[in-house]
Ligand binder design. Structure first.
Ligand code: 6GU
Length: 232
């Protein structure tokens, strides 16, 4: 999988070198590159933003540097059978979910366009859509200063689903959201700790009973914490 990230804060992505993502990169399963948007400016001040047409607070990211950045990262795709998927992180986007993480984990080429300020001139996504699949994605209903932190989260969620990435593939099948439910409570040794006992059923050796208990607990937790997940 090829991943390109375009940002005015490349340093944010030094975390890509550690943890699971670091291993994915070292193993060659993921080829991730980070590009400084300002490298695609041509003025002395390396300007990436300007005031909004129509007025209003804040600044808007100019289209020209983004256009050149996309020319650079999508250029090599011209002959590819599968167009790249370009993600615009935005609090105004569609909610990023585990299902979307699975979809994106199948893509051969992902590009993340990290906007700052009030966002990127809307013509940029419109133009990119003529040569790539565009997705505007939000982490949730709150506002971050820019897309960088959101993209780090999305990258971790996506890359751990790339085949060959997680030590134990079963942990992906059983984790929260895999079946639309939150995960059941988990325990390890010792059986009694500070007066608190591990539920007997988990020590019974009866796999059927264990599975039934876990499902019941998952449903109960989901009903209590995230009833919206049960509506579908
Ligand atoms: Cl993807 N971007 C920004 N700027 N804020 C957010 C977000 C994304 N998701 C939730 N809040």
């Amino acid at each position: 999988m090829r991943i390109d990230v375009v940002t005015i804060f490349p340093d944010f992505f030094s975390v890509l070198d550690v943890s699971l993502l670091g291993r994915a990169r070292q193993s060659g399963l993921v080829d991730a590159r980070v590009h400084d948007l300002r490298a695609f400016t041509h003025d002395r001040h390396r300007t990436v933003d300007d005031t909004p047409y129509g007025g209003g607070a804040g600044m808007v990211m100019k289209p020209e540097p983004w256009g050149e950045a996309f020319d650079a990262v999508l250029g090599t795709d011209a002959s590819a059978q599968t167009p790249a998927t370009v993600v615009f992180p935005s609090p105004a986007g569609e909610r990023f979910t585990q299902a979307i993480a699975h979809e994106l984990a199948e893509a051969p080429h992902l590009v993340f366009a990290c906007g700052r300020y009030e966002g990127i001139d809307s013509r940029v996504a419109e133009h990119v859509a003529t040569r790539a699949t565009v997705r505007e994605l939000s982490l949730g209903d709150y506002v971050l200063n820019g897309g960088e932190v959101a993209v780090v989260a999305m990258l971790e969620a996506i890359t751990r689903l790339v085949p060959g990435m997680v030590g134990n593939p079963e942990s992906i099948v059983e984790e929260s959201h895999a079946d639309g439910l939150l995960e059941y409570p988990i325990y390890t040794k010792p059986a009694t700790w500070r007066g608190l006992d591990v539920p007997d059923v988990l020590r019974s050796g009866d796999h059927g009973k264990v599975a039934a208990w876990r499902r019941e607990q998952a449903i109960e937790r989901t009903r209590r914490v995230r009833p919206d997940l049960l509506e579908g």
